[in-house]
Design a protein around this ligand. Structure first.
Ligand code: HEC
Length: 161
């Protein structure tokens, strides 16, 4: 088995586990496209949705590694410093605070992709090349940005940074 297949299998197992956890915890009620609990956030124009200025606070080592990974794999849609683009929403946004979008929901988003449900940008494709450690580094980066911008009060304890 190649390294890639091992990694993909591991990610898939993790995603499946996370789905179970998520169903239990209802970590992301928005996963079900039919439950529209977030109508207030829906934007008609994607240009309405970018965040004008994101403060970048201090980043941990994991957060710095995550920043590089984020720029390479996520910023084409989610924007530099996760401030959003015409292709995808900002993640420095109250909708993605840890109570509503847990770290598990980030892992699932990257491993499986996301069906359009909160916005009108279309679906997010899976980003299959990241290892679980790399996904955690990206989560550190996003959580540290959220903390610096008062979206969250503290980094969730399950975040390795
Ligand atoms: C090709 C564009 C694209 C890329 C690349 C992309 N995303 Fe997304 N992502 C989206 C869109 C669009 C949504 C919003 C879907 C919706 O809710 O309507 C989204 C939603 C999300 C969500 C919310 C998931 C949920 O449960 O609602 C997370 C977390 C996320 N992205 C993280 C990432 C990370 C981390 C990366 C990089 C590893 C990444 N995305 C790369 C387009 C993208």
């Amino acid at each position: 088995m190649t390294h890639y297949n091992y990694r993909a299998t591991r990610l898939f197992a993790l995603a499946a586990l996370s789905v179970c956890l998520m169903l239990l915890a209802a970590a992301c009620s928005g996963e079900d496209a039919s439950s529209d609990d977030t109508g207030a956030y829906e934007a008609t124009q994607s240009s309405d949705t970018t965040v004008a200025s994101v403060t970048e606070g201090e980043l941990s080592q994991a957060g710095l590694a995550g920043e590089r990974l984020f720029i390479a794999n996520c910023s084409s849609c989610h924007g530099l410093q996760a401030s959003g683009t015409a292709q995808g929403p900002p993640l420095v946004h109250e909708i993605y605070e840890s109570g509503h979008h847990s770290n598990a929901s980030f892992v699932i988003a990257v491993a499986r992709g996301v069906r359009q449900h909160h916005w009108q940008f279309g679906n997010m494709p899976a980003v299959p090349d990241l290892s679980i450690d790399e996904i955690h580094q990206v989560i550190c980066y996003v959580r540290e940005l959220q903390l610096a911008n008062d979206i969250i009060d503290q980094i969730p304890t399950s975040t390795p940074c």
